[in-house]
Design a protein around this ligand. Structure first.
Ligand code: FES
Length: 59
């Protein structure tokens, strides 16, 4: 997946920003990613994609 790809359209959060947040803060859940980046905190339609990214990142 492209790091520049927008995952959360509401907050314009990219794949790379989500991966970096997961790695640097050792995030475990979609809610924690929302707290850290605001991704997934508006309409929620990107939360499945965020959950998928969470699974692909080994912390
Ligand atoms: S697209 Fe992420 S909260 Fe709406």
């Amino acid at each position: 997946m492209d790091r520049e790809e927008i995952i959360c359209n509401c907050m314009e959060i990219t794949h790379g920003e989500i991966v970096d947040a997961i790695k640097s803060h050792r995030l475990q859940t979609v809610v924690e990613i929302g707290d850290a980046t605001e991704a997934g905190t508006v309409c929620g339609s990107c939360q499945d994609d965020i959950a998928l990214i969470l699974k692909t990142v080994n912390v």
